[in-house]
Design a protein around this ligand. Structure first.
Ligand code: G3I
Ligand code: 9MR
Length: 558
């Protein structure tokens, strides 16, 4: 009789490309393993030596079945442990993961009804029209005094909450546009089941336009400054959008929001230029608005978003997400890099001149996004910048070499999680962004180690991790069912909206949920709606997964 699969064998619960590395993480009690297809044993192997990781109590062994390449559906058996969840070996194995992780953005559209034809059982009426948004006193200007009513519809809900934040939109849209720029031919052919699928624009860019058009409404045309966010005063309860009617505000212009806006609009001006016939004027508007944003930032170089200070001076109090970056030096670099790549104007080059660091991108650390662009477009840049961009190439490769140096012998055999520091709020996005960093290294120097390292982190997200969860809703055998996501919680549908990557393990446990199994970093996760610190979803976590999954599909077979 078939055995109930054990969650102690941790592997990508979707599967593997035939020619790719294939690993599973198993408890140290095992010695040998077999790959089975039904009753037939198709491959046998010996487990690795015992491995430990420096921060967890766990000891593991690794099953390596890379040599087995035959397409099919299989399970892994370890006599002392049990039988794994089923997985496939197949070409295009991550196609549906790639498509679903993009469709997540469709499901999170604001100010739009979702029809049965595209949303199935998650169809819902329009919510948050955002056509009557109030200028909060913190955002008042001569032309737009407090109480002025603006229209700022559309975009995507940021996360489990219903607010819209420019800073987080910045890295999200930038990452998706970069995917298009790095794999244009593949992305043009990637079809998505969204309402715009028959128009002349690649479907991924159609979805990006939903948020880009909202972002454009967040710039004050009178001075070029960009509002930090569009938000309720307080977080909504767990209700559906059509039932949420509290006042929405635009709040204080900030330097971080304005520079992120400048970077994204400069990139969009470049990406949408070839689509000028279908989108007349868009590319030019993006370019003009990017420059206006930059000019506002030059006049206001360090307006930080400090919600406590705002609440001391103005009413009503605002208590929603802050995205309150304390250091905007990296936003300057990203905006300057994108504006230089677009205009080749020397004033911008002087503003991105490298200092030798390329930290992993996150909402509050964006300089490396600029380095990705400068190295991607190196051949089109002026002679004056060539030496510096070559320096950036070397820097990106150095960072990638550090990521792949030791992971293959680590307890999880993934680049993610070699150090406890990887497990922060939204740790899944750390895994995905490490993957992207390695794919950029592969673009610059096509070494197999980079590709294998990137894939190891996709495997991490889909099940090769200490929690045993496949972190992508709607996928895998051990599924995330209760993400902190108002739409999924309030809709009365058992299944959460599919294609959303859960934030992942985070020992901070800032939500104070009582259902965490442990404080050890790599297992500090709970599939509980209370857990916004480990089980929320967010656009800036999905975007790097989209990049990683789509790029792996584009590069499979290499
Ligand atoms: O900067 C420190 C770093 O120095 C330190 O080593 C590290 C150790 O934990 O913490 C770092 O600060 C963290 C910060 O994110 C930067 O990564 C904070 O602990 C952590 O609490 C903070 O979490 C942010 C969270 O909002 C709370 O502000 C998340 O990154 C951010 O993704 C999340 O965003 C929320 C929005 O506000 C509202 N919408 C939902 C969204 C997702 O949860
Ligand atoms: O739902 C909110 C989530 O999107 C945020 O990430 C999180 C931290 O800012 O806050 C959540 O809202 C909670 C609030 O902070 C405290 N009361 C309970 C809310 C969750 O329902």
């Amino acid at each position: 009789a078939a055995q109930t699969p054990t969650e102690s064998i941790q592997l990508n619960q979707i599967g593997f490309y035939p020619n790719a590395p294939k690993h599973a993480i198993v408890p140290e009690t095992g010695r040998t393993f077999a790959v089975i297809a039904g009753r037939d044993t198709v491959f046998r192997g010996t487990l690795s030596e015992v491995r430990t990781n420096p921060y967890a109590s766990r000891q593991t062994r690794v099953a390596d079945f890379t040599a087995f390449q035959k397409p099919g559906t299989y399970q892994l058996v370890i006599p002392e442990v049990g039988t794994s969840y089923p997985f496939k070996i197949q070409g295009n194995i991550h196609r549906s993961v790639a498509q679903a992780s993009i469709k997540m953005f469709y499901y999170n559209r604001v100010s739009a009804p979702l029809t049965k034809a595209y949303a199935g059982k998650w169809a819902r009426p329009v919510g948050h029209p955002d056509t009557k948004v109030v200028v909060h006193p913190s955002a008042a200007s001569k032309e737009r005094p407090a109480g002025t009513v603006l229209s700022s519809p559309g975009g995507w809900y940021d996360a489990g909450d219903y607010n819209k934040y420019i800073v987080n939109s910045g890295i999200t849209v930038g990452t998706l546009l970069s995917l298009y720029e790095d794999h244009p031919a593949f992305v043009q052919k990637l079809s998505l089941d969204i309402p715009e699928k028959t128009n002349a624009i690649p479907d991924l860019l159609d979805e990006v336009l939903v948020n880009l058009r909202w972002m454009l409404t967040m710039q004050d045309p009178n001075d070029g400054g960009v509002y930090h966010k569009l938000t309720n005063a307080k977080f909504d309860g767990m209700i559906m959008p059509q039932n949420a009617h509290t006042v929405r505000y635009v709040v204080q212009k900030s330097t971080a929001a304005t520079l992120d806006f400048a970077a994204v609009m400069a990139q969009a001006a470049r990406v949408f230029k070839p689509f000028s016939k279908a989108l007349p004027g868009l590319s030019d508007s993006c370019r003009v608005m990017a420059v206006q944003a930059w000019n506002w930032a030059k006049e206001n170089p360090k307006v930080l978003y400090d919600q406590d200070a705002i609440n001391k001076s103005f009413d009503p109090d605002i208590s929603t997400g802050t995205y309150g970056d304390r250091d905007v030096s990296d936003e300057w670099i990203w905006a300057a890099a994108e504006l230089y790549a677009l205009t080749k104007d020397k004033q911008y080059r002087l503003a991105w001149l490298p200092d030798p660091k390329a930290p992993l991108p996150s909402w509050n650390q964006v300089r490396t996004l600029g380095y990705y662009t400068l190295t991607r477009l190196q051949k089109q840049l002026p002679e004056a910048a060539q030496g510096e961009v070559s320096g950036l190439r070397a820097l990106l490769l150095k960072e990638a070499d550090a990521l792949v140096a030791d992971y293959a012998a680590s307890a999880n055999a993934t680049v993610m999680g070699q150090t406890a520091k990887d497990f922060i709020w939204g740790s899944s996005s750390v895994a995905a962004n490490q993957g992207i960093a390695l794919l950029h290294a592969y673009r610059l120097s096509p070494r197999k180690e980079y590709l294998a390292g990137a894939l190891s982190n996709l495997n991490y997200l889909l099940g090769q991790n200490a929690t045993g969860y496949c972190f992508l809703t709607g996928f895998g055998s051990k599924r995330v069912m209760h993400p902190h996501h108002r739409l999924s919680e309030a809709d009365g549908v058992v299944d959460p909206i599919p294609g959303m990557i859960s934030g992942g393990a985070n020992p901070g446990q800032q939500d104070k949920c009582t259902t965490y199994p442990s404080k050890i970093p790599d297992v500090s996760f709970t599939d509980d709606v209370c857990s916004y610190a480990s089980n929320e979803i967010a656009i800036n976590w999905n975007a790097p997964l989209v990049y990683l999954a789509v790029a792996m599909e584009a590069l499979q077979g290499k």
